[in-house]
Design a protein. Sequence first.
Lengths: 129, 129
Amino acid sequence: MRRRVAEARVGRLATVTPNGLPHVVPCCFVLEGDTVYSAVDHKPKSTFNLARLDNLRATGLASLLVDHYEEDWARLWWVRLDGTGRVEEGGDTRERALGLLAAKYEQYRRQMPAGPAVVIEITTWRAWP
Amino acid sequence: MRRRVAEARVGRLATVTPNGLPHVVPCCFVLEGDTVYSAVDHKPKSTFNLARLDNLRATGLASLLVDHYEEDWARLWWVRLDGTGRVEEGGDTRERALGLLAAKYEQYRRQMPAGPAVVIEITTWRAWP
């Protein structure tokens, strides 16, 4: 379960808006222990995309899904990490996040993320099947 | 945008629990107009997985993400469908859902879903980039 999450190249981050609506975006991330780091990077963004930051600031709630799909449904799996999420605009934690992300993603080594880091402290691991 | 959603084999469905927590699961689905149909099928389920049904019954809120990941980040995209979601335990709407799902997925033609259908009426389409 931990290996599947650590090796995944993309996850889907679900948050809740201040009005209680569900919100979900794909995101690159890195796992360290029971912490997930993500970043707002140089991929071109619409304003919608940054709603995740507003949601985390407002609610502090995050759920990250890592899953595998293929046409042989006997081989499907998912792992879901529920926890608290926060936004780090700068400082040591953001630097640590960027370092770990750059170590995992060659794309980040070529261009470091310019925006804040997202930090999720995992409280619950769930896996299927 | 519509073609990308219609052709996608898997999406990620975000809901909100009765307690206001984010929840997200992968799901197979079919698009018809501005309606998305999904089903609870024969893939082995844990009790966690059915939380989506409780969430839809409690809140009626759903957000379905369809996205594409590859290592060339210039080719990433996503489409997100926000709307209202409900659970159909039986009746014509569930039958229609199962028929459309079976037409799209050969896996469903071999074994029809035994559980309820999920119906999402899309109110907002968003796409990136």
